[in-house]
Design a protein around this ligand. Structure first.
Ligand code: ATP
Ligand code: MG
Length: 772
C-alpha cells in the first residue's frame, strides 16, 4: 500500500480506493471529508488518470489551491497544476470563455460583480420611473438572482403565471419587465453576472450536445466538496457533466447546510442516491479536528434539529477545556474581553495570531472587535465586508482595464468616462444613452460614430469624447503586445487617475494612491505567477477574470500572522485552534429575520454548529446585555443556542458584580486605567443573582426578563467637547491634533495625531485631554 494511504483511517480509505462509479460521503464536521477528496485525487493520478480529466469543485479558490499543493506533495509531481479545480464560478467562467460565442457572448465578456448588477438595476428602476421604495434595488436583484439560480429565464418567467402573481402580490407587478430589461442590458454590454456563469453554462450544455459531450469526455472524474450547499443550477451542471461516466464523488454534511437563503438546496444531498444508479454511500464518524468537549457540545446542539440525517461523530482526542461562556455589558466590552483573552492565550500557550478566529453572525459586529484588537496592537484581518477590489479607487482602475477589453461594458464606461473630470456632463451622457438605445449600439460605438449622428453635442464636447475613445483604443493596442502589469501601469499614469488623487492631498487621497500601488504590485505578482504556467501568459484578460472571481478568502496568502475575523458563513470548511463566537444573543443569532419558521431556525442552528466545529482546542461564546444596533443601544438577551448546549461542556464565567473573569486594562490607549469596578457599579443587577454555573432553563428565563435598567450614560469623566482640527494636550502623549471624531456617547472617541506619540485612538470618556 502506498505510504500516503496509511494517513487515512479505514472508513476514509474506502471511498479513496473506489476508483469508479457514483459515491457520496456524508459525515459530520472535522471527520476528513475534504481530506478524502484530496487523497482521492492523488490516488487517481497515481493510478494513471490524467489530471486534465479530473474536475474538482470547492467552496473557495483558496481551498482549491491548498488541495493542489497537498496533492503535489503526496504524488510528488507538478502535474497537479493541470487539475481542473476551483469554485463553480471560476471553473465555468473559464469554459464560457471558450464556448460563450455560441451563446452570442464575446470571449472577453465582462463579469459584473453585485455592485455592477445593482447599479444596472437601479438605473432601470429609474428609467421605468418606478417607486424606489417599493422596488428596492437590492431586493429586486436578489429576486432576479434566485430566478436565475432556479433556471427560471425571462421566457420561463413570462410563461409562469404563478411567479408573476407572486410578484404582483408583493407589489412588484413590473418585476418581470425589469428582469427582461436587466438581461438585455447585460447582454448588450457583453457582460455576465455571477448567476449567469452557472445559468449560461447550463444553457450551453443543454443546447449544444457536442459541447456537452466534449466536457463529459474531458471530465471523466468529478468531485464536489460541500455538496450540501449546491444550488439547483450547480446541481444540474454536475448532473449533466457526470452523466456519461458517472464517476462522481460528492462529500458533504447536511448539518452544515447554511446557504438555503441563497438557493442552496439540501435535497441535492438527500436525493443523491436517487439520481444515480448503484450509489456507494460512505460514512465517516471520527472527528480529528476538535477536543471531545467541542465535539460533544456540537452534537448536543444539532440534536435539537428535527430535519437531519442521523450521524455519529466521536473523537479520540482529549477532553480539552470546557467551552467558556461569558456575558458582557456592551459590545465594546465584548470586544475588549475577546482581545484580552486572545492576548492572554497567546502569552500562556505560545500561540500565533493566526491560531485565533473571531466569528460573528453579521459583518457589522466586526467594528467593536477591530477597535479592541487595534488597541491591543493585535494584527487582524477581516474577511468579507468591503473587499479590496470593491474600493472606489480600485474599481476605477479596474473599470479602465475592463473597458480596454470590452468597450461595450457600459458600467465600466459610465464609471470612468468623466473620471478624472473631462468635462463630459450628465446631459451629454443621457443623449449618448438614448442614441445607443435607438441604434441598438453601445455608447462607445455611438461615440465612435459621432460625426455621422446628429446628437446636438457641441464641438468641444465631441472632441473630449473622441479623445476618451482614442485613449482607450491606444490602451487596447498596447494590450495586444503587453502583459497586464504593463497595461495597468500605463493606465494609471495616462488617464490622470493618480494625478487627480495627488491633487486631492488629503490623507484619504494618499491612502487611495497607496491602494493603487498595492493593486499594481498585486498585478505584477499575478503576471509573474501566470508566466510560470504552461497555458497562461499573464494577460489582462486573465487578470480580470481572476479578480472578478476572487472570493474574499482567496487573498489570504497566509504569509503574515493575523487573527481572522469573519462571518460564520465564510468560515465553512476552515479550522482554528481558538475560536470566539461573539454576539450570541436572541435576534442577532439566531437572527431576527430567521425565526419565522422552524426551517429557518434550524438553518440558524446549523450555522451555530458550523461555528462551533471550527474550533480545535478551545471555544468561547460571548453575549452582551446591550449593544449598539442600527445606531441605537438596545437590550439583548442570551441566545437560546447557549441554553441548548449540554451543561457539562460549559464553563460559565458569571457576570456577577464581582466578576470572575480577569479585568482587562489597557492603560496605553485609554491614556488612563479603566476603572472597571466603577463601570459595573453603575449597572445595578437586582433580582435574580446570576448562577455560578450554567443557568437552568428557569433561571435563564428569569435572566431574560431581567433587563438592565435603561442605559443611563455614565458620567463622563471628561466632558470636553472636541471637534476635528482641535489642538489638544495629553498628560503622556503631549500635544496633538484631532483628526477624526467617531462614535457617540460612551463610545465616542477621537483619532489624534500626537507630536510625540504618533496617531492614537482615544476613548474620550477616559482620555485626559486639554483643549489648547
Ligand atoms: P468540515 O466538515 O468542517 O469541512 P471535513 O470533514 O472536511 O470538515 P477535514 O477538514 O478534511 O474535515 O479534516 C479535519 C481535520 O482533521 C484536518 O486538519 C485534517 O487534516 C485532520 N484529519 C482528517 N483525517 C485525518 C486522519 N486520518 N489522520 C489525521 N488527521 C486527520
Ligand atoms: Mg471540509
Amino acid at each position: 500500500m502506498e505510504a500516503y494511504l496509511a494517513e487515512l483511517n479505514d472508513a476514509q480509505r474506502a471511498p479513496v480506493l473506489q476508483k469508479e462509479g457514483p459515491m457520496i460521503v456524508i459525515a459530520g464536521a472535522g471527520s476528513g471529508k475534504t481530506r478524502v477528496l484530496t487523497y482521492r485525487i492523488a490516488y487517481l493520478m497515481d493510478q494513471g488518470v490524467d489530471p486534465f480529466n479530473i474536475l474538482s469543485l470547492t467552496f473557495t479558490n483558496k481551498a482549491a489551491r491548498e488541495m493542489k499543493q497537498r496533492i503535489s506533495k503526496i504524488v510528488g509531481s507538478s502535474e497537479a497544476k493541470n487539475l481542473w479545480m476551483g469554485t463553480f464560478h471560476s471553473v465555468f467562467a473559464k469554459i464560457l470563455r471558450f464556448e460563450g460565442d455560441k451563446l452570442g457572448y464575446p470571449s472577453n465578456f465582462t463579469i459584473y460583480d453585485s455592485q455592477d448588477s445593482q447599479s444596472v438595476i437601479r438605473a432601470i428602476i429609474k428609467d421605468f420611473r418606478l417607486d424606489k421604495d417599493v422596488y428596492k434595488y437590492k431586493q429586486v436583484h436578489n429576486r432576479i438572482s434566485s430566478y436565475k439560480n432556479s433556471l427560471i429565464t425571462v421566457k420561463a418567467y413570462f410563461q409562469n403565471p404563478e411567479l408573476q402573481e407572486a410578484d404582483a402580490m408583493s407589489k412588484k407587478p413590473r418585476l418581470g419587465e425589469i428582469y427582461k430589461e436587466y438581461v438585455d442590458r447585460c447582454f448588450k454590454a457583453g457582460a455576465m453576472d455571477f448567476d449567469d456563469l452557472l445559468l449560461k453554462t447550463n444553457e450551453l450544455l443543454n443546447r449544444f450536445p457536442e459541447v456537452l459531450q466534449k466536457y463529459q469526455n474531458r471530465f471523466k472524474y468529478i468531485l464536489v466538496d460541500e455538496y450540501q450547499d449546491t444550488n439547483h443550477s450547480q446541481y444540474l451542471i454536475v448532473r449533466a457533466l457526470s452523466d456519461k461516466f458517472q464517476n462522481i464523488c460528492v462529500v458533504g454534511d447536511d448539518a452544515q447546510s447554511i446557504y438555503a437563503f441563497r438557493g442552496a438546496n439540501i435535497n441535492n444531498i438527500l436525493n443523491f442516491q436517487k439520481d444515480y444508479d448503484d450509489v456507494q454511500m460512505y460514512r465517516l464518524e471520527q472527528n480529528y479536528r476538535s477536543t471531545r468537549n467541542i465535539v460533544n457540545a456540537a452534537n448536543s446542539i444539532i440534536d435539537k434539529n428535527q430535519t437531519k440525517l442521523d450521524k455519529i461523530v466521536w473523537t479520540a482526542n482529549d477532553d480539552g477545556p470546557k467551552i467558556i461562556v461569558n456575558r458582557l455589558l456592551t459590545d465594546g466590552e465584548e470586544g475588549r474581553y475577546v482581545a484580552s483573552s486572545i492576548f492572554e492565550n497567546k502569552m500562556q500557550n505560545q500561540m500565533n495570531n493566526g491560531d485565533f478566529a473571531i466569528l460573528y453572525r453579521t459583518n457589522a459586529q466586526s467594528r467593536a472587535m477591530e477597535d479592541a484588537l487595534r488597541k491591543k496592537d493585535i494584527p487582524y484581518r477581516i474577511y468579507g465586508g468591503l473587499s479590496f477590489y470593491q474600493r472606489k479607487e480600485i474599481k476605477d482602475v479596474l473599470a479602465y482595464l475592463r473597458l480596454i477589453l470590452n468597450p461595450k461594458d457600459e458600467e465600466a464606461l459610465k464609471r470612468v468616462i468623466n473620471y478624472p473630470s473631462r468635462g463630459i456632463g450628465q446631459t451629454t451622457m443621457d443623449r449618448l444613452a438614448v442614441a445607443a438605445n435607438q441604434h441598438k449600439r453601445s455608447i462607445f460605438e455611438v461615440i465612435e460614430n459621432l460625426d455621422k449622428l446628429d446628437l446636438k453635442i457641441n464641438r468641444g464636447t465631441q472632441t473630449k469624447l473622441e479623445n476618451f475613445v482614442n485613449m482607450i483604443r491606444s490602451f487596447a493596442i498596447m494590450n495586444e503586445t503587453s502583459d497586464a502589469f504593463q497595461v495597468a501601469e500605463t493606465v494609471t499614469r495616462k488617464t490622470g487617475l493618480v494625478q487627480e488623487l495627488k491633487k486631492d492631498g488629503t490623507p484619504e487621497g494618499i491612502a487611495r494612491i497607496e491602494n493603487i500601488e498595492e493593486l499594481l504590485n498585486g498585478i505584477r505578482d499575478f503576471v509573474e505567477g501566470q508566466k510560470e504556467l504552461a497555458d497562461a501568459t499573464g494577460s489582462l484578460s486573465e487578470f480580470l477574470e481572476d479578480v472578478a472571481l476572487a472570493t474574499d478568502l482567496d487573498k489570504d496568502t497566509g504569509d503574515d500572522d493575523r487573527v481572522a475575523l469573519m462571518t460564520i458563513h465564510l468560515a465553512k470548511g476552515l479550522e482554528f485552534p481558538f475560536v470566539y463566537i461573539v454576539g450570541l444573543e436572541e435576534d442577532l443569532f439566531p437572527s431576527a429575520m430567521s425565526m419565522n419558521t422552524r426551517s429557518e431556525l434550524e438553518e440558524e442552528r446549523r450555522l451555530f454548529y458550523v461555528a462551533l466545529t471550527r474550533a480545535e482546542k478551545q471555544a468561547y461564546l460571548t453575549y452582551t446585555l446591550s449593544r449598539y444596533r442600527w445606531g441605537k443601544l438596545v437590550d439583548a438577551e442570551p441566545s437560546r443556542f447557549i441554553e441548548e448546549i449540554d451543561d457539562q461542556y460549559l464553563d460559565l464565567m458569571v457576570p456577577q458584580d464581582d466578576y470572575k473573569y480577569k479585568p482587562m486594562i489597557d492603560t496605553d490607549i485609554f491614556g488612563d486605567e479603566v476603572d472597571k469596578s466603577k463601570l459595573r457599579q453603575t449597572k445595578p443587577k437586582k433580582g435574580t443573582p446570576p448562577p455560578a454555573h450554567k443557568p437552568s432553563e428557569e433561571q435563564l428565563r428569569k435572566l431574560r426578563k431581567l433587563k438592565p435598567a435603561a442605559q443611563e450614560p455614565e458620567k463622563a469623566r471628561n466632558t470636553i467637547e472636541l471637534i476635528e482640527g482641535n489642538e489638544v494636550e495629553h498628560m503622556r502623549f503631549g500635544k496633538g491634533k484631532v483628526l477624526k471624531i467617531e462614535g457617540i456617547g460612551q463610545d465616542k472617541k477621537a483619532e489624534i495625531d500626537f507630536e510625540e506619540g504618533g496617531i492614537k485612538n482615544l476613548l474620550l470618556r477616559f482620555a485626559k485631554l486639554k483643549v489648547l
